[in-house]
Design a protein around this ligand. Structure first.
Ligand SMILES: *Cc1c(COP(=O)(O)O)cnc(C)c1O
Length: 435
């Protein structure tokens, strides 16, 4: 793309496009955006011919890298035959075969699959299923949810109530559903106190809590906060004891991001409802699923007025379903989880080493996630991470820090040389930004 063409695109963008999570006056006046023209593997190519390693798999979705040839081929094959049809009372092979394959790799007992569009709707579906289940199965007072401080479950108005990132909640204070927030487990030393708070809240609220909703083991948007799997295991037991549903939001953590296929596996548990998106469709199309146990599914059988009258235009979209089905085949054929097991120690070593850098307060890692907190102001609006991102961009990596938290969450299939290069760039950029 020529310099004039690039300038034209940026001018159109700045005139018309309202960017997500972006202060638009600063963007308009100060930002020279990356103009991505194509992507392959772990690399983004800019309009000016520069190449960037994609440190966050483009918002955590491109689990198999960009432009994977088998996913592109599956998409083309499906597009030639059937791009879309409704899913209310009619069906098609891509949705049926995907649901079967997904149930086979899901944690035990999650036998039924409800399709939707993205991570937010997958969690919204889980909330509505829980509410309606209790309403028509003998516990109509159960209308509240319990979530963690710092939680992120997406952006619809329903799931915003579960969220605990203050910046995302603040504008909607007063109109959100009733949700109890308890302290996040944090590191091992805070575990007992945090679990005690959860236990009290569930015990006291058992009559009116519909479900406990958790990001298993890693709170992504909170700043890649990792907690002990024992908390998740004990939360499962607690929910069982009070017969409250446990929802695991695996939108970020699923599909090998933390090591195993599902982060719930670190605790050896299965939730009553599991939400998946992002890696689920290999980062190619907006597509999500909520998986449910037979108990919940059966709670909607019988009289038609017990049915779940809910759906989206693109539920089970054949293009997305064909790609998502191929994603699972690629996970098998390319032994993606074994690749993760090989690469995770490189991320762990590199981030442990970065703890000694000037300006770094602490580091952590799990699976294909490595993160560090820069010293100084914390929170989503803290600016320190942006200086590191600017240094990284100069060095050929695209980072998107969460406030003062600098992290990598690259495609699981990133080659080992690319991964080492990325980790080296992060290290140099943190050092340069501290000067
Ligand atoms: C990204 C994310 C969501 C929302 O997914 P969208 O596809 O952006 O709507 C929900 N939960 C978690 C844990 C996420 O990381």
């Amino acid at each position: 793309m020529s310099a004039e063409e690039r300038a034209h695109i940026v001018a159109l963008d700045k005139r018309r496009v309202w960017h997500p999570y972006t202060p638009m006056s600063q963007y308009r006046d100060e930002t020279d955006p990356l103009v991505v023209v194509r992507a392959d593997g772990a690399r983004l190519h800019d309009a000016d011919g520069r190449v960037y390693l994609d440190a966050n798999a483009s918002w955590w979705v491109a689990a198999l890298g960009h432009g994977h040839s088998r996913l592109v081929a599956a998409l083309k094959r499906q597009a030639d035959v059937l791009c879309h049809t409704a899913l209310a009372g009619i069906t098609h092979a891509p949705a049926a075969e995907l649901a079967e394959a997904l149930a086979c790799v899901a944690p035990a007992g999650l036998a039924h699959v409800f399709f939707s569009d993205d991570g937010s709707t997958a969690v919204e579906v889980a909330m509505k299923l829980a509410l309606q289940y209790w309403a028509q199965n003998g516990r109509p007072a159960r209308k509240r949810f319990l979530a963690l401080e710092g939680a992120f479950h997406g952006e619809t108005l329903g799931v915003t109530a579960l969220g605990g990132v203050e910046v995302f909640r603040r504008p909607f204070a007063g109109v959100l559903l009733d949700c109890i927030h308890v302290p996040a487990p944090g590191d091992a030393s805070a575990y007992e106190q945090a679990f005690g708070a959860l236990e009290r809240a569930v015990r006291e609220g058992a009559d009116d809590i519909a479900a406990v909703v958790l990001e298993p083991v890693v709170q992504g948007a909170a700043g890649m906060r990792i907690y002990d799997a024992a908390y998740l295991r004990d939360a499962r037991a607690l929910c069982d004891a009070h017969d409250v549903f446990l929802v695991c939001d695996e939108v970020f953590t699923g599909y090998g991001r933390t090591g195993p296929m599902w982060a719930s596996q670190h605790a050896g548990i299965a939730p009553d409802l599991l939400c998946t998106a992002k890696g689920f469709c290999g980062g190619m199309l907006p597509m999500a699923a909520t998986l449910a146990t037979p108990r919940i599914f059966d709670g909607f059988l019988g009289d038609p007025d017990r049915a779940f009258y809910y759906g989206h235009s693109f539920c089970g979209n054949p293009l997305g379903a064909a790609v998502a089905r191929e994603v699972l085949r690629v996970f098998d054929d390319e032994k993606v989880l074994e690749q993760v097991a090989r690469k995770a120690p490189r991320i762990a070593r590199a981030f442990a080493g970065m703890a000694a850098l000037p300006g770094v307060a602490r580091t952590r890692s799990l699976g294909m996630i490595g993160a560090l907190d820069l010293a100084g102001p914390e929170g989503y609006l803290a600016g320190a991470g942006q200086r590191v991102a600017a240094e990284a961009r100069r060095r050929g990596a695209y980072l998107r820090p969460l406030g003062n938290v600098v992290y990598v969450s690259p495609p699981l299939t990133i080659s080992e040389p690319d991964l080492d290069e990325l980790l080296g760039i992060v290290q140099e950029s943190v050092r340069a930004a501290a000067q």
